[in-house]
Design a protein around this ligand. Structure first.
Ligand code: NAG
Ligand code: NAG
Ligand code: NAG
Ligand code: NAG
Length: 414
């Protein structure tokens, strides 16, 4: 095994030189064929994009472009408040998680989509996309189809670059001094990275909500994730060798197949898929939402993001990306990657977790909450079935989660 790894690493060195010279990556995505989807009877919302969905349900929206310090071009949507009066309310950022996009917050429709519910309640809602997903697959100088450097990021860069850029932008446009932040899954990880590495941003947060918080991954339940984590280094090495920086992108085979089967057997295929990867009880998300959701998830990310999660599962710590001894010395001035310092997150945090969440387990949330200096509440959803996707798509999410968020927004509102 060791020999094989060494061989891979050696080939990778040669390959990196070739990759840099030939300037093409092994990446693909097949064209979207809406006509075919209509013929096959797909639910329309499966293939509409953010703006089309919002328009269809009569929510005025805007498309904004945010450029990070390191040149990544991010798409940020905005759903305008439904109230006529000029609102004194602070803006809200809704940050999606891994493999996901802005669409997460609206795809279940106007009655249950959190972004819509907030707009109905007079909030100005900002819905970003992190670097590398379908809406933010762009850079000022790098080409995501040709330059492997484009994909050289994990959630560390989401936190260090994307989140601060988005916060600055929203504050500038709205002329408010603070805002609210809601994150789901990796959208919470991004927050811990941002607020610990750049603590000055804590001042801009009025209150943050964390649905399925992910920091420590010591007690992850999914056997699939565990076994993949064990070979993270090898997988990353092989993919680097092949020139693959992007994974699970929209219109790649994995997405097309999932989307297709979820149209016809949402609970059976997609429900089972969720059950064995993230924790899910069939029937707790409507079949329509599941069918629509799988047109939108698998929005693309970097291999390095997955590798970073793999490292956390193996090391049982919450630390920056391990670039190897030499890389670490260069980047951090240390042989080992430094841990994120949770005591620097001094902005108020409200954690929301579930008992059947295979990725964000109660024990791991405990590890995080015990270190947070400004924890407002840890709310464990009382339904024992509550899994990783119920927070945002669940039939009971409006009742069990969104009501609570609205209460807190009012209490902390200005
Ligand atoms: C959404 O779709 C519309 C119509 O196809 C298109 O004009 C628009 O550019 C798309 N928006 C994004 C952000 O992809
Ligand atoms: C990725 O970035 C790190 C520093 O953040 C650097 O050490 C490493 O060489 C880069 N890798 C590639 C493939 O560009
Ligand atoms: C921004 O807000 C401040 C007070 O918070 C106000 O004095 C100023 O006029 C506002 N600027 C604009 C352009 O609305
Ligand atoms: C973490 O941050 C706190 C607060 O700023 C500081 O007192 C502590 O020394 C830091 N710990 C490490 C290991 O850097």
């Amino acid at each position: 095994m060791k020999k094989i790894i060494l061989l891979i690493l050696f080939l990778q060195k040669i390959n990196r030189a070739t990759l840099l010279r030939q300037k093409t990556l092994l990446t693909y995505s097949l064209p979207e064929n809406r006509h075919l989807k209509r013929l096959l009877g797909y639910t329309e919302d499966t293939y509409l994009n953010f703006t089309e969905l919002a328009t269809k349900y009569r929510y005025p929206s805007e498309e904004h472009t945010v450029i990070t310090e390191d040149g990544y071009v991010l798409k940020v949507f905005r759903i305008l408040s439904k109230c006529r009066t000029v609102s004194e309310r602070l803006p809200i950022i809704l940050m999606h998680g891994l493999f996901d996009s802005s669409d997460l917050w609206i795809l279940s429709g106007p009655r249950t989509g959190l972004a819509y519910i907030l707009a109905n309640n007079c909030y100005d809602v900002w819905v970003p996309n992190h670097r590398g997903n379908r809406y933010s697959r762009k850079h000022l100088t790098l080409d995501p189809n040709k330059d492997i450097e484009y994909w050289n990021f994990s959630f560390d860069e989401h936190g260090y670059f994307d989140i601060p850029a988005i916060i600055n932008y929203v504050i500038e446009v709205t002329n408010k001094s603070k805002l609210f932040y809601v994150g789901h899954s990796q959208g919470t990880t991004d927050y811990y990275v941002a607020m610990s590495l750049r603590p000055e941003y804590n001042d801009r947060i009025q209150l943050s909500f964390h649905l399925a918080p992910v920091a420590w991954l010591k007690n992850i339940k999914s056997p699939i994730h565990k076994s993949i984590a064990e070979i993270t280094t090898e997988i990353k090495a092989v993919l680097d060798l092949l020139g693959v920086g992007e994974v699970f992108a929209r219109r790649q085979l994995s997405h097309i197949i999932l989307e297709f089967f979820c149209q016809y057997a949402p609970q059976l295929v997609c429900g089972t898929g969720l059950t064995i990867t993230t924790g899910f009880l069939k029937g707790t998300v409507s079949s329509r939402t599941l069918a629509v959701a799988f047109g939108h998830v698998l929005a693309g990310t970097s291999v390095k993001s997955l590798a970073h999660f793999g490292q956390l599962i193996l090391s049982m710590k919450f630390h920056r990306y391990d670039e190897g001894k030499i890389g670490n010395l260069k980047k951090y001035g240390l042989k080992k990657p430094p841990e994120y310092n949770i005591s620097k997150i001094v902005s108020p945090v409200f954690l929301i977790c579930g008992q059947n969440d295979w990725l964000s387990s109660l024990k791991d949330v405990n590890e995080l909450s015990s270190r947070l200096p400004n924890l407002i509440e840890t709310y464990i959803v009382p339904e024992p079935y509550w899994g990783h996707n119920n927070y945002v798509w669940g039939l009971e999410a409006p009742e069990l989660i969104f009501k609570k968020i609205l209460d807190y927004l009012k209490r902390y509102g200005k």
